[in-house]
Design a protein around this ligand. Structure first.
Ligand SMILES: [Zn+2]
Length: 449
């Protein structure tokens, strides 16, 4: 078994990964709020965790990968005010909220498939887990960590912080938060401004509403992830992933909810993927510095001189480590395309090659080991890709007869480069070249593992 190190955002350290149960991985990644077309930056986040998923599968782990769909409860402002993003879009597009959720879920799936991501094992929705959310709210009220006010229920951060550490993940200090809180609409019903909504009372015009013991309303955004991760992965699971921007308040709140409800830390390793910038600047709708994946693929945009294929985008994104900021620009992606074509050409030549000699002039075993070392080191895809290019040099040497490989080494070299027949390829977008991805779903046992 390979030994993997991961960078845990909670401790701020690279630590050896030890699964709760040997050979099994339980992983939860926060999915999209489906109120608009998927953002390129989000694609990068989900690609990062696709690599984590594929690598564990490649190593022979049995993986349960849960990634949710947020289809209710995500308000425009993190401080629990403003309109529900889905309800608002439904109003603007004159559609049912569930039509909005379906429309953008479809887009999300289409784009992930285009960049060759595997589907998760379970993709639960927030609206499909309202009953479970009500149950945990009742439990939190009973344990004294939540209170009802004016038809809404809030998590009592100050109470929680008396025995636990709110801010443990994001490094925020609660006293500082208390001093810097803004006075916002709808905040007055909270005991403290840091308290966050578990259940929000629905105004008469609010379309997405459910009956509950607390009144007619809808769940708060943070709760669904606690509920769905616990339901499918257990009260403590191995890896929780998401974009860097979700650290606070979303993931901080998840930790607090889980600890308050179950008395244990919900997650052993927190992994956060960094953002994608466009031409050196943050992508933002308001400044116009933004592009949709489909505009990149079709060429219908003002930023790139030609259409970019999804496989090149995937390769481009893997050239940066998932924890680094990656900048997308015309020159950078054209350079990636060149590199990818070179890699592909070498790969195809190698697969066809039967050019074996008595002795090897290249040490394929240590090359293979270096590839695994890169992936074992917090999924370092840029280093892995540099080893693949070292492999391209070997291939050039074989082509020009300057290098030789024994029959055994040639097969090892081919097999390391190509998809192992019974597992998923992890190396890059190369799986594209052979076949479409297979779904990995198997009927889940009641409890994992
Ligand atoms: Zn989440």
């Amino acid at each position: 078994m390979q030994s993997i190190s991961v960078y845990d955002s909670l401790t701020g350290q690279k630590v050896p990964f030890k699964p709760i149960k040997e050979g099994f991985l339980s992983m939860y990644v926060c999915g999209p709020t489906v109120y608009s077309y998927v953002h390129l930056g989000n694609l990068r986040t989900f690609l990062s965790f696709d690599i984590v998923y594929r690598y564990f599968l490649h190593l022979g782990y049995k993986v349960r990968y849960v990634r949710n769909i947020t289809d209710v409860g995500h308000l425009e402002d993190d401080a629990d005010f403003g309109e529900d993003k889905i309800s608002k879009k439904a109003r603007i597009e004159s559609l049912e909220p569930m039509e909005i959720a379906q429309k953008y879920t479809n887009d999300f799936h289409d784009m992930l498939k285009k960049i060759n991501n595997l589907p998760p094992s379970i993709e639960p929705t927030a609206t499909g887990h309202i009953l479970e959310q009500i149950e945990i709210i009742e439990d939190l009220i009973q344990k004294g960590f939540a209170y009802q006010t004016n038809g809404s229920v809030y998590f009592d951060v100050k109470k929680y912080n008396q025995t636990e550490d709110y801010g443990i993940l994001s490094g925020r200090n609660i006293e500082e938060l208390l001093n810097h809180s803004r006075d916002l609409e709808g905040q007055s019903e909270k005991r403290n401004p840091q308290d966050f909504a578990l259940w929000k009372k629905a105004s008469p015009s609010h379309i997405m509403r459910w009956n509950s013991p607390f009144g007619v309303g809808f769940p708060g955004w943070h709760l669904e992830c606690t509920v769905m991760s616990t339901k499918y992965l257990g009260e403590t699971f191995d890896i929780h992933g998401g974009g860097m921007d979700l650290k606070f308040p979303h993931h901080e709140c998840e930790i607090a909810q889980g600890k308050a409800a179950y008395g244990k830390k919900p997650v052993n390793y927190w992994l956060h993927a960094n953002m994608l910038t466009l031409n050196g600047k943050k992508m933002s709708k308001s400044t116009g510095n933004t592009i949709l994946p489909m505009e990149l693929f079709s060429g219908d945009n003002a930023f790139f001189e030609k259409p970019i294929s999804p496989e090149v985008l995937r390769f481009f994104m893997l050239q940066a480590h998932y924890r680094s900021v990656l900048d997308l620009s015309n020159d950078a992606i054209l350079a990636a395309e060149k590199g990818f074509e070179k890699l592909k050409a070498a790969y195809f030549w190698l697969l066809e090659s039967s050019q074996a000699e008595k002795q090897s002039s290249i040490d394929i075993h240590s090359w293979k080991q270096k590839c695994y070392q890169a992936m074992n080191d917090d999924f370092n895809t840029p280093i892995l890709i540099s080893h693949l290019f070292e492999g391209v040099k070997y291939i050039d040497g074989l082509k020009s007869n300057k290098q030789t490989l024994s029959q055994e080494d040639l097969i090892l070299f081919q097999e390391t480069f190509k998809e192992p027949s019974n597992r998923e390829n992890f190396a890059s977008g190369l799986a594209y070249l052979k076949s479409q991805p297979r779904a990995i779903c198997s009927p889940p046992p009641k409890q994992f593992p």
